[in-house]
Ligand binder design. Structure first.
Ligand SMILES: Nc1ccn([C@@H]2O[C@H](COP(=O)(O)OP(=O)(O)OP(=O)(O)O)[C@@H](O)[C@H]2O)c(=O)n1
Ligand SMILES: C[C@](O)(CO)[C@H](O)COP(=O)(O)O
Length: 247
């Protein structure tokens, strides 16, 4: 039996830093909810993939009409992002094998391009660990003294910003997240769990405009990114040649 491609989309956050009247994934972004935009991009790249959407049990905003995938399910959110992802992996485990490939993508990253999605998949499909989209740090890095002043300038050599998707084989990822939970290791992304298990995920260079809507001003920024991408998207997509991916 060949391996399946699963998309896990953690969407159970409250968006406290954005501080709107609803969770940020339901705010309008160029006329459509952030969640709908993110799912559209994922679907454009991987129309045949199977989706698991992590949603808060009390979510009153979600509308299933925004889900473009034929094969999809929902799983309950957890207290932290990692817990939401663990719940999703548990929810798909009965219909999956350990060899199935799972791409975990934040609902709050609607600007990921089809080209980056397909390039990530191509880069990790034969990788023994898996990997993530990321970009090298471009600014000079300062450490503060705890009182709003610079204590030191840190080397940015070898530092990367971690984005999503982050993709790993289901069995490996479940074990790594389970061990991290059992050991009380706090992980903010899937790669951290793999690192805690002694593994080195592959860094796959991605576009810097794959931003995470985190603060209020990020919504306007994301709208500008989407609009700019509209103008270049055909080149981007032509290079990507989406279709049935090998997993
Ligand atoms: N318990 C949680 C917390 C976060 N997330 C998801 O994880 C991603 C990254 O989290 P973040 O940007 O921190 O989102 P929020 O938790 O919503 O934001 P905040 O921390 O400002 O409340 C988002 O897609 C968010 O919906 C989740 O599924 N379950
Ligand atoms: C997964 C992530 O988006 C990678 O940058 C990030 O770790 C999420 O962190 P947050 O603290 O939940 O915003």
């Amino acid at each position: 039996m060949s391996a399946s491609l699963w998309l896990v989309v953690p969407a159970a956050g409250q968006g406290r830093r954005v501080g709107a009247e609803r969770p940020k994934q339901y705010l309008p972004l160029a006329g459509r909810p952030v969640l709908a935009r993110t799912l559209e991009r994922l679907h454009e790249a991987f129309p045949e993939a199977r989706l698991c959407l992590c949603l808060d049990a009390d979510d009153a905003w979600f509308d299933p009409a925004w889900v473009p995938f034929a094969d999809w399910r929902r799983s309950p959110g957890g207290a932290e992002r990692a817990e939401s992802v663990v719940n999703a992996l548990d929810a798909i485990a009965a219909d999956a094998t350990d060899d199935d490939l799972v791409l975990v993508h934040d609902v709050a990253r609607p600007c990921v391009t089809v080209a980056d999605l397909t390039r990530l998949l191509a880069a990790i499909v034969d990788d023994p660990v898996g990997g993530l989209l990321a970009a090298p740090v471009a600014d000079t890095m300062k450490r503060d003294d705890g009182a709003g002043r610079v204590r030191a300038t840190e080397s940015r050599e070898g530092l990367w910003h971690a984005f999503t998707p982050q993709g790993f084989r289901l069995g490996l990822l479940r074990r790594a997240l389970g061990e991290a939970q059992a050991r009380g290791v706090a992980v903010t992304d899937e790669a951290s769990a793999m690192e805690a298990a002694g593994l080195s995920p592959r860094l796959v260079s991605g576009r810097r405009d794959n931003l995470k809507i985190t603060h209020p001003e990020d919504l306007a920024l994301a709208e500008r990114v989407l609009s700019a991408q509209q103008r270049t998207v055909h080149t981007d997509h032509a290079e990507a040649s989406p279709g049935a991916p090998r997993v």
